[in-house]
Design a protein around this ligand. Structure first.
Ligand code: KG4
Ligand code: ZN
Length: 331
């Protein structure tokens, strides 16, 4: 098992990615071709353009992953590919490449849930990490608290009832005139702002579910009102105050769940895990309570195929040639 070579393929949104993994934790290559500059002028991902660009990129990216890993395509033992959630057309490009290669090479195909993949990025950044643990998954499309008791046992404790955390970051950044994707831009801007300057309503949801649409509307109203009155706003203060409200809500629920379910390891995952304030806040809160804190290196936070290969390695269930994309796949 330790020498099994898994080729991971990921095309669920705007990154064309391929990676080669040896065993469960040894990453040999991790190639990501991002389409962000292409979508930036539209202020967000254009699905049709994403699919077309994946078609152009997918084989060169796979070739590069194989070459960088220093292996031969014939040495690959299995292929793990994202089946969902994501954009239908984009997913189909990765799935078609994976299915054809698996068929031609006569090797097993593994269909991976992208959200589970995000959690598994942590096994690559922290090779000693083992379940059980509590994971906070925060991406552009999802916000969820998951109890993972084994590599193949996930329990969804709560999730966003409306906007995902990343979605709120992106929408507010867009209104503030910042480029896509907005999360990293708000993160940067917030560093020069005062997080206590503006009081936004703290999202109030019972249990472990989240809600960010009320907060998003409050920030948008604040910006619109200021614009109508011709008042100057301090964008850094708005960014810092909004970010703090999101980070506090995420941290609070995560700690409460860790306490109720008696889990002493907290694992952060998804694109928003790259947020410096979320990482710092959660780390400090964990340190105070004697909880162990894990989060992926920056390159493994956002979409990549290394996490898909890692999830595939531990999955132990295989797909066949009827495998199709599942754009709204849940956990
Ligand atoms: O996981 P991901 O790469 O794609 C999805 O599966 O959705 O997450 C992308 C999301 C975007 O909303 C992006 O704005 C957000 O992650 N993001 C951040 C940061 N870096 C990426 N949000 C806040 N702060 C960041 N530093
Ligand atoms: Zn993702």
């Amino acid at each position: 098992m330790e020498n099994i070579l898994t080729l991971g393929i990921e095309t669920s949104c705007d990154e064309t990615a391929a990676a080669v993994l040896r065993g469960g934790r040894e990453l040999l290559s991790n190639i990501i071709s991002t389409q962000i500059p292409l979508h930036q002028k539209f202020g967000g991902v254009v699905p049709e353009i994403a699919s077309r660009k994946h078609i152009v990129n997918i084989m060169p990216v796979i070739d590069e992953a194989i070459n960088k890993a220093g292996v031969n395509l014939r040495e690959i033992n299995q292929i793990a590919v994202t089946k969902g959630p994501g954009l239908a057309g984009a997913l189909l490009v990765g799935l078609s490449a994976a299915k054809s290669l698996a068929y031609a090479l006569k090797i097993p195909l593994i269909a991976v849930n992208h959200l589970e993949g995000h959690i598994f990025a942590n096994f690559l950044s922290s090779p000693k990490l083992e379940p059980p643990f509590l994971s906070l998954v925060v991406s552009g499309g999802h916000t969820a608290l998951i109890k993972m008791t084994d590599y193949n046992r996930f329990e969804l404790l709560g999730q966003s009832r409306d906007d995902a955390a990343g979605e709120a970051f992106d929408k507010i950044a867009r209104v503030m005139g910042l480029p896509y994707p907005g999360g990293p831009e708000i993160d940067k801007l917030a560093k020069c702002g005062n997080s206590d300057a503006v009081t936004f309503p703290h999202p109030k949801v019972i249990g472990y579910d989240f809600s960010f649409s009320g907060l998003k509307s409050a920030v948008l109203n604040y910006l619109n009102t200021a614009q109508m009155k011709g008042e100057e706003i301090n964008s850094a203060d708005v960014a810092a105050s909004f970010q703090k409200t999101v980070v506090d809500a995420l941290t609070e629920k995560t700690l409460a769940a860790a306490e109720e379910f008696k889990l002493d390891k907290i694992v952060l995952a998804g694109g928003v895990a790259a947020n410096s304030s979320l990482e710092k806040n959660l780390r400090e809160a964990c340190d105070l309570r004697g909880l162990e804190f894990f989060y992926p290196t920056k390159i493994l936070c956002t979409d990549n195929a290394a996490m898909i290969a890692c999830r595939g390695f531990y999955q132990k269930t295989f797909a066949d040639s009827t495998l199709n994309a599942v754009p709204n796949l849940g956990l």
